[in-house]
Design a protein around this ligand. Structure first.
Ligand SMILES: CC(C)(COP(=O)(O)OP(=O)(O)OC[C@H]1O[C@@H](n2cnc3c(N)ncnc32)[C@H](O)[C@@H]1OP(=O)(O)O)[C@@H](O)C(=O)NCCC(=O)NCCS
Length: 191
């Protein structure tokens, strides 16, 4: 396996800022500024989780805010040339694991109603639609769906997360990516 084909999940630091911004620009049309990403990385209430290869290239990332018992997933993006290979799935899996590590109880997010790929991805993890925000997006005036996943703190969810890990890794391997979980600290083994 070539080094570049090994990937791992990690909370990311300032050295990835330029890559974060480049992915944001390519995937989200400049959703957040460089300074905003800087703040996210520094905030104890945020988690910026990256999928990185051994050449230190950031392939995708997701962010969450911990607000009371809630994990608010604010951003999810995979470099366009790497989409459709399971990277989004492993990043969401990692964010949910991080939310659980923080003892958060549910996860929520807003997504464009036309973003069928993201909606399907989140529904794979048991997210349900609980409402919508009319004309939420400024330029297109498109509605946002509010998705919700309850029970992150339950034993059942811990078991589900563990059971999803191997199939996701196998799916990546089938696409030529070897996922290294060794540095991904979590409380998943406590149950
Ligand atoms: C949304 C996004 C992060 C998904 O990442 P990805 O790496 O392409 O997704 P994955 O390959 O992990 O696919 C995960 C799931 O998404 C769905 N999906 C992926 N590609 C799809 C396609 N072309 N059509 C329909 N569903 C698709 C499937 O449910 C898939 O699961 P499956 O393979 O078990 O069927 C990526 O498309 C992206 O960065 N989009 C631009 C930014 C964005 O829209 N972010 C979300 C904001 S909420």
């Amino acid at each position: 396996m070539k080094l570049a084909n090994q990937v791992y999940l990690s909370e990311i630091d300032h050295k990835f800022l330029a890559q974060l911004k480049a992915i944001d620009h390519a995937c989200l049309g400049d959703f957040w500024s460089l300074e905003a990403y800087q703040k996210e990385i520094d905030s104890p209430n945020s988690c910026v989780l990256g999928l990185i290869n051994k050449k230190q290239q950031l392939l995708g990332f997701g962010c969450l805010w911990a607000i009371l018992e809630e994990a608010h997933i604010t951003i999810l993006a995979v470099r366009p040339e790497y989409q459709g290979q399971g990277f989004g799935k492993i990043i969401v899996w990692g964010l949910l694991q991080k939310a659980r590590d923080r003892q958060l109880e549910w996860a929520t997010l807003e997504v464009r109603e036309s973003n069928h790929i993201a909606i399907a991805l989140y529904k794979n993890f048991g997210f349900e639609e609980i409402g919508r925000r009319a004309k939420y997006y400024e330029i297109t005036r498109e509605d946002a769906l509010i998705l919700w996943r309850k029970g992150l703190h339950t034993k059942e969810f811990g078991t589900a997360l563990t059971s999803w890990q191997q199939p996701i890794a196998d799916g990546l391997l089938a696409k030529g990516w070897s996922l290294d979980f060794s540095g991904f600290a979590s409380s998943q083994t406590k149950d």
